[in-house]
Write a protein that binds this ligand. Structure first.
Ligand SMILES: [Mg+2]
Length: 336
C-alpha cells in the first residue's frame, strides 16, 4: 500500500508513456512549463510517448497540431482518442456499414466513418440506427440529445466516448460528456458502454497503436487516469500539475492509487524513492521526511514530495487497516 521505488529515471523503466493531456502536458491554454523539454528528453532516451485523451471532439491531427504549436512536437500517430476506441468498439459490436447515430464533434464523426460505418444525424423510425455514439461537442443542444434518446430507446447499441462529469476551462469546471450522457440515461433508463478512461477500451487502443509491452500511464486525475491504470494492471504516475491535490490523493481508495507521485511531467526523468510505512501504521518516512499520526494529529517533518509521499502512504495504510485519520485538509498545504 505504498509508492514503489525506482532507482533510475522512470522513463528508463518503461517502453512507453501514455500521457493524459490537460493537467499533464498543458493546463488550459498554456503548456506545463517543464513539458516540452521533459518529453523531448524522455523520447531521446528511447521512450515511446503517446498522448491518450478522453476527449473525442478533436481529431488526432488537430490535437497533434495543437501539441506541436505549444512546443511538444507530435504526429497524429502519437495521439489516441476515445473516438478511436469508439470506432474499434463499433467494429466489434455492429455489422460493417451499419447506420450509426453520431452525437458529438468532428473527431467522433471521422472515426465512425473510418470504422466503416455510416454516420447519421437523425433518428429514423423506419430504419433505426444500429448504434448511437455520444461524445462532447461545444454545439451540443437539446435537438441532438433528443435524437440520441429516441435511438437508444429504440434499442440501439449505445457507446459513450467518456463519462467525465466535468471539463476544465479557464472559467472553471464546465459540464463534461458525462453530464450530457446522464440526460440520455435519465430519459431512457439505459446505461451506455464507455470507451474512455477509466474503462479499458481506450487504454487497449493505446497499447495496440503503440505496440507497448510495459507502458506507464501518466495522469492528473484519480478517477479516470489512475483508476484506469489500476484496472488494467498498468503502472502509473500521478502528477500534481492538474486537478488532484494531496488531500485528495491521501483519501484515494486502493483502486485509484498511483504507483508513483511527481510534481509534474518532469518526474519521468527522475528516480522514485522508497517509502517506508511502519507496521503499526503510526508513521511513514521517505528520504529525510517523516509523517506520523499521534493522538489524532498529523506530525509532518520535512518538505516537498518526499513528505507528500510519506503522508499519503501513511494515510492509505491507516485507511486500509480501518484506523482513524486526522483531517486530510492539513495535507493540502504540502501540494507543490
Ligand atoms: Mg487530465
Amino acid at each position: 500500500v505504498s509508492f514503489r521505488r525506482c532507482d533510475g529515471p522512470l522513463a528508463a523503466g518503461y517502453d512507453a508513456a501514455f500521457l493524459d493531456l490537460d493537467g499533464v502536458v498543458y493546463v488550459g491554454p498554456d503548456p506545463v512549463p517543464s513539458a516540452p523539454a521533459s518529453i523531448e528528453s524522455a523520447r531521446s532516451g528511447g521512450l515511446r510517448v503517446m498522448f491518450v485523451t478522453n476527449n473525442a471532439s478533436r481529431t488526432p491531427d488537430a490535437i497533434a497540431r495543437h501539441l506541436t504549436e505549444i512546443g511538444v512536437p507530435a504526429a497524429a500517430g502519437d495521439v489516441v482518442t476515445s473516438a478511436q476506441a469508439v470506432g474499434r468498439m463499433l467494429v466489434e459490436l455492429v455489422p460493417s456499414g451499419s447506420d450509426v447515430l453520431v452525437v458529438g464533434g468532428p473527431g467522433l464523426w471521422a472515426e465512425v466513418s473510418a470504422a466503416g460505418m455510416h454516420p447519421v444525424e437523425f433518428f429514423n423510425e423506419a430504419s433505426p440506427p444500429h448504434a448511437v455514439v455520444q461524445g462532447y461537442t461545444a454545439d451540443m443542444g437539446y435537438p441532438r440529445l433528443a435524437e440520441a434518446a429516441l435511438a437508444v430507446r429504440a434499442g440501439a447499441v449505445w457507446i459513450a466516448s467518456n463519462v467525465d462529469s466535468t471539463m476544465p476551462s479557464p472559467r472553471g469546471l464546465l459540464p463534461g460528456n458525462g453530464a450530457l450522457v446522464a440526460a440520455v440515461r435519465v430519459a431512457t433508463g439505459r446505461e451506455p458502454t464507455v470507451a474512455g478512461k477509466p474503462f479499458p477500451p481506450l487504454h487497449r487502443e493505446a497499447v495496440r497503436r503503440s505496440g507497448a509491452r510495459n507502458p506507464l500511464v501518466v495522469g492528473d486525475r484519480l478517477d479516470t487516469d489512475i483508476q484506469g491504470a489500476v484496472a488494467t494492471g498498468t503502472d502509473s504516475l500521478l502528477v500534481l500539475s492538474g486537478v488532484t491535490d494531496l488531500a485528495g490523493l491521501a483519501a484515494a481508495t486502493a483502486d485509484t492509487r498511483p504507483t508513483y507521485l511527481g510534481a509534474d511531467i518532469s518526474a519521468l526523468l527522475e528516480p522514485a524513492p522508497s517509502v517506508r510505512v511502519d507496521s503499526e501504521a503510526g508513521a511513514a518516512s521517505c528520504g529525510g521526511a517523516r509523517a506520523a499520526v499521534v493522538d489524532a494529529v498529523w506530525h509532518l517533518d520535512g518538505s516537498g514530495l518526499d513528505l507528500a509521499r510519506a503522508a499519503c502512504a501513511l494515510a492509505w495504510a491507516r485507511a486500509d487497516a480501518g484506523r482513524p485519520l486526522p483531517d486530510l485538509g492539513a495535507l493540502s498545504r504540502l501540494s507543490r
